[in-house]
Ligand binder design. Structure first.
Ligand SMILES: Nc1ncnc2c1ncn2[C@@H]1O[C@H](COP(=O)(O)OP(=O)(O)O)[C@@H](O)[C@H]1O
Ligand SMILES: O=C(OP(=O)(O)O)[C@H](O)COP(=O)(O)O
Length: 393
């Protein structure tokens, strides 16, 4: 990567604003997978050792510009303190006089975690005023949030207009590992896309069609495609304003010779809960008041075959609601197939990585990326906004 990193600047005694991606999966306020926190430790430890004052900033979930205790970073501060073996205090806001006063009391090597930056409306709008207010907290900006590098927000991009801006070690590592693995991929090259962020990721598929040989779609993303093709999916998660684009993408895949695989059967349930009644059905057998929460057994068999015969695989987004055991089979079986690939395998995204960790297969993957959407956009060949703003070497 031709961007400067923390190694290229003197941070001793400086206030360093480090944007990390601590957007970890939570269940009842408990962190279910701390991969993203662990991944940021090398940068944090380096800054502590260099005698910097480390000010960490992150988002958690999508609180939409409102203060919401459900999305507080408090559990992250607790976990981070344990991992570092050092007290990490969390402030009650991410800007303002109280935060500045707290920072003024920091000693070299101290670590402070700011509250969720998305509690401010300006964050996702990349509001210059909010960017300036983040910048006034520090002397240097470090971006180590690869998972959020595809967002041009105040704390990931805007702030760099006001401070010297460099990459952290995680950012550096993700870009270099993925650049090497994907610049000239061995074929067949397969992308697997699932999850729930349909509107975010459906446009990515268009560019992926120029890169991959096979595209496997599952999870909430598949529902939108199936509905676009005219199947009735009852109460399933379907983004109805994306039906047309889904249909066009199927058509485009046909024209470009990419094998676009969609589910041929689904596991449907009476409700969105762990103990809902459920069964596997064909695409045209979804009862009107049921919802699809996983891919079905026939789909699993065909996806496993397409995956195992690939030489390069990139996967983002679970195949179903894997958080509930009854709907985790598609995701677990796909994870097993990816682990069996004789080639390069990259799994990215907060929930996808959590699923792979849960299934105990993480060590069988070539690279576990902290970014889902970010790794897909990187693969598209896009320059990520959170990287573009960093100083060149
Ligand atoms: N069929 C489905 N209906 C509703 N939600 C789904 C479905 N399939 C997957 N999901 C949900 O998608 C979420 C993960 O999506 P996403 O955030 O896009 O993945 P990642 O974090 O790996 O990038 C999980 O919480 C999972 O429960
Ligand atoms: O979890 C994330 O993305 P991912 O689910 O694509 O991996 C990042 O933290 C970005 O979050 P966002 O998609 O709410 O901007």
């Amino acid at each position: 990567m031709n961007k400067k990193s923390v190694r290229d600047i003197d941070v001793h005694g400086k206030r360093v604003f480090v944007r990390v991606d601590f957007n970890v999966p939570l269940e009842d306020g408990k962190i279910t997978d701390d991969t993203r926190i662990q991944a940021a430790l090398p940068t944090i430890r380096y800054l502590i050792d260099q005698g910097a004052k480390v000010i960490l900033a992150s988002h958690l979930g999508r609180p939409k510009g409102e203060v919401n205790p459900k999305y507080s970073l408090e559990p992250v501060a607790v976990r981070l303190s344990e991992l570092l073996g050092k007290n990490v205090e969390k402030t009650s806001d991410s800007i303002g006089p109280q935060v500045m006063e707290r920072i003024a009391l920091m000693e070299n090597g101290d670590v402070l975690l700011l509250e969720n930056v998305r509690f401010h409306k300006g964050e996702e709008k990349n509001d210059p005023e909010l960017s300036r207010r983040f910048a006034e907290l520090a002397d240097i900006y470090v971006n180590d949030a690869f998972g959020t590098a595809h967002r041009a927000h105040s704390s990931t991009a805007g702030i760099a207009a006001y401070l010297p801006a460099v990459a952290g070690f995680l950012m550096e590592k993700e870009i270099s590992v993925m650049g090497n693995a994907l610049s000239n991929p061995e074929r067949p090259f397969t992308a697997i896309i699932g999850g729930a962020k349909v509107s975010d990721k459906i446009s990515v598929i268009e560019n992926l069609l120029d890169k991959v040989d096979r595209l496997l779609i599952g999870g909430g993303m598949a529902n939108t495609f199936l509905a676009g093709l005219g199947h009735r999916l009852g109460k399933s998660l379907v983004e109805s304003d994306k039906l047309q684009i889904a249909k066009e993408l199927v058509e485009r895949a046909k024209n470009t010779g990419v094998a676009l695989l969609l589910p041929v059967d689904l596991v449907v349930a009476t409700g969105f809960s762990a103990d809902a009644e459920h069964k596997a059905v064909g695409l045209d057998e979804v009862p009107a008041d049921w919802m699809a929460l996983d891919i079905g057994p026939k789909t699993i068999a065909s996806y496993r075959e397409a995956i195992r015969s690939s030489k390069t695989v990139i996967w983002n987004g679970p195949m179903g609601v894997f958080e509930f055991d009854a709907f985790a089979k598609g995701t677990n079986e796909v994870a097993r197939a990816v682990a069996e690939v004789d080639g390069t395998t990259i799994v990215g995204g907060g929930d996808s990585v959590a699923a792979v960790e849960k299934s105990g297969l993480a060590d069988s993957m070539t690279h576990i990326s902290t970014g889902g959407g970010a790794s897909l956009e990187f693969l598209e060949g896009k320059v990520l906004p959170g990287v573009a703003v960093l100083h060149d070497k």
